[in-house]
Write a protein that binds this ligand. Sequence first.
Ligand SMILES: Cc1ncc(COP(=O)(O)O)c(C=O)c1O
Length: 493
Amino acid sequence: MAQFPFKGDTTPTIFEKSVVGRIGTRVPDPDVDTRPLDELIPTRHLRADSEAPKLPEVPENEVVRHYTELSLKNHHVDRALYPLGSCTMKYNPKVNEAAARLPGIAGLHPFTPQAQAQGALELMFELAELLKEVAGMDEVTLQPAAGAQGEMTGVLIMRAYHRARGDVHRTKVLFPDSAHGTNPATAAMAGFEAVEFGSGPDGRVDLEALKAALDENCAGMMLTNPNTLGKFESEIEEISRLVHEAGGLMYMDGANLNALMGVTRPGDMGYDIVHFNLHKTFSTPHGGGGPGAGPVGVKAHLAAYLPTPKVVCRDNGTYALDWDRPDSIGKIHGFYGNFGVLVRAYVYGRMLGREGIRATAEAAVLNNAYLSALVSDQYPLPYGRGMHESVFSPVDLKKRTGVKTMDIAKRLLDYGFHAPTIYFPLNVPEALMVEPTETETKDELERFAEALLSIAREAETDPDLVTTAPHDVPLRRLDEGRAGRELDLRWEG
Ligand SMILES: Cc1ncc(COP(=O)(O)O)c(C=O)c1O
């Protein structure tokens, strides 16, 4: 029985559309050896006819229509604004995709000898230089494949640094209660004790709480800036001073870099380590399970611990992979990381240039300021407006009407928007975390604001309409717990 895309959806699968012999393409005569397979390959390596792959037979136009239709059942950034806070689901220029798919780039084998992969090595070297400049760091590795893996790389570097100094008693990593879940998870996975402390009433780091948490066992602190409430940590220099004074290192979760790149730099704020989410800030789409890249930048005193291999430029101007790094934390990812993502980031950074990178951050903040101003009468901001994202808290609306943040998120689907991030950060009740991103126009921001305001009106006049949403999408409310636990994506013909 067909079970894809979802039980209950009547759209036939591509397999159900298949009719034997209905193929719309003419394949040219093969220019390779056409002898029967069992003459070319030992029979023990051949699969039985009964195990032959079941491939659908559908003409090209039907294939295109099928997948176009499927793509419209879901939301994506090519359809409308995708306001998923903390995730930076912005529109990515298609030219970056085109560059990553150039045959010489997409087809490059990871075992290609270095002498024949000079262009790829140069691209990686140049990208690292660009990121060093953006972050104010001295060295960068491109290897980690995600933000969370960048965090792991950074925290392992933190561990190596303290061990090399004999400071093995430094077992605690601090973070504020607004931190992204990957921060404490990473610290714990790296063998540290993850120590949370409370934020101040303005949503920023509470200096007194930080001082109380700091002691001689502190290995470092993980802090994103702007933090997960979108607030700039204006006391960052003092925070860094306090952590350094206690012997710890400052780690910046750079996932929110699109709020300040080109304007100010983590390295200048006192951070020792930073990870970038290239798949958020630098063009590759975030989400969807595709590949990502979470490069890590460090100050000079930590450079020796970066993963192997490192791309270097030799004195004669050629590029190479340097494996001779005795203090390195080792390899973090296969080969050199996700090269395609690095290509997209390189093209994006080069196209923007210094001025464009700054303008991107300014637009991210301006767009969020405008959107927040349009809706904050109905959707209060307990910590005020954030920089590139804001966390609304419609608690009173819930008290008056029974409409929860979850219902608002579901109703937004009927208006043709993806839901914002909800119930995160954990320190905001009924959190609705919106990140409009720099790529949206004023008109699109207004369209989205009008949808939010319209839902607030519906909550007052017809709350059932909202609490039973979505109504106009292919599938209504799913049992999300079950959908996660009993994930069934396999078609069984
Ligand atoms: C603040 C913050 N830190 C870390 C991460 C982890 O990044 P990744 O999903 O690439 O592992 C995210 C992801 O959205 C994030 O928003």
